[in-house]
Design a protein around this ligand. Structure first.
Ligand code: NDP
Length: 252
């Protein structure tokens, strides 16, 4: 076993939702491992600032991941003009909290489009090219909510459960074309998505007691899992959901 298995030199990685938070950390990490990185989000100003953090040679591909046609067109044009996307990290996502009995239908629909339709939209658009080349790595960002329910977050939990199952379906359907599709299920990380929870001391107290690691995760702690699943180091891993959660999912 050689450390070279983790080397991503010569690979190009598209990370959706990489203008901030987990996506930006993963983009930085993939670049450090040798990949050229393509950033995605909807806000070009945020993407430009993120590209400065990732560093030289970083490309931007702004589009809305909820729009199937826009994703297809952006990816087809990028592949034609700039070359192959070898690694796709489906990271873009959002969260709404609230009691299920009062949850607005439009918010439920928006969660579905952003958290699960996006994985289909971008996954299919990129996989069509990967299939033509007979290789490719897809890493979907799931959640501990893929396995566990928490109060007041049922619609998000539903979308992340679906991300886990779509990952297994992608792995099953596309292995014969040389693709590998896996997921990372993060625990609780301090990002803009969790701003309200981070600001709530009662939540942090609960989290510190409930998580065996006794703390919030740092986004950099997701990078190793992503490099592993994006690289030759995981050549026989397919349809797996890798929990990076300080142990919360396995402890009562
Ligand atoms: P953030 O809210 O910090 O970042 C979300 C990113 O997604 C932004 O770059 C945002 O950019 C982008 N995005 C949102 N909607 C769209 C869209 N329709 N099209 C394109 N880009 C979009 O979230 P996190 O970094 O915390 O989360 C990233 C992923 O990790 C999500 O899937 C989330 O569910 C998952 N996750 C997060 C956890 C955590 O503890 N933070 C735990 C478990 C899972 P812009 O708005 O500019 O378009």
């Amino acid at each position: 076993m050689s450390l070279g298995l983790f080397n991503l030199t010569g690979q190009r990685a598209l990370v959706t939702g990489s203008s901030q938070g987990i996506g930006l950390a993963l983009a930085r990490g993939l670049k450090e491992a040798g990949a050229s990185v393509v950033l995605n989000g909807r806000d070009e100003a945020k993407l430009t600032a993120a590209a400065e953090q990732v560093g030289e040679g970083c490309a931007m591909l702004p589009f809305d991941v909820t729009d199937h046609q826009a994703a297809r067109e952006a990816i087809d044009a990028f592949e034609a003009d700039s070359g192959a996307i070898d690694i796709l990290v489906n990271n873009a996502g959002m969260q709404f909290r609230g009691p299920l009995e009062e949850f607005p239908a439009d918010a439920f629909e928006r969660l579905l489009r952003t958290n699960i339709s996006s994985v289909f939209n971008v996954g299919q658009a990129v996989a069509r090219h990967m299939i033509g080349r007979g290789k490719g790595k897809i890493v979907n960002i799931a959640s501990v909510q893929t396995a566990l329910a928490r109060p007041s977050i049922a619609p998000y939990t539903a979308t992340k459960g679906a991300v886990g199952n779509l990952t297994k379906g992608m792995a099953t359907d596309w292995a014969k074309y040389g693709l590998q599709c896996n997921a990372i299920a993060p625990g609780y990380f301090d990002t803009p998505l969790n701003a309200a929870l981070v600001a709530d001391p009662d939540f942090t107290t609960w989290l510190e007691k409930r998580t065996p690691a006794g703390r919030w995760g740092n986004v950099e702690e997701l990078v190793g899992a992503c490099i592993f699943l994006a690289s030759d180091a995981s050549s026989f891993v397919n349809g797996h959901i890798l929990y990076v959660d300080g142990g919360i999912t396995v402890s009562l």
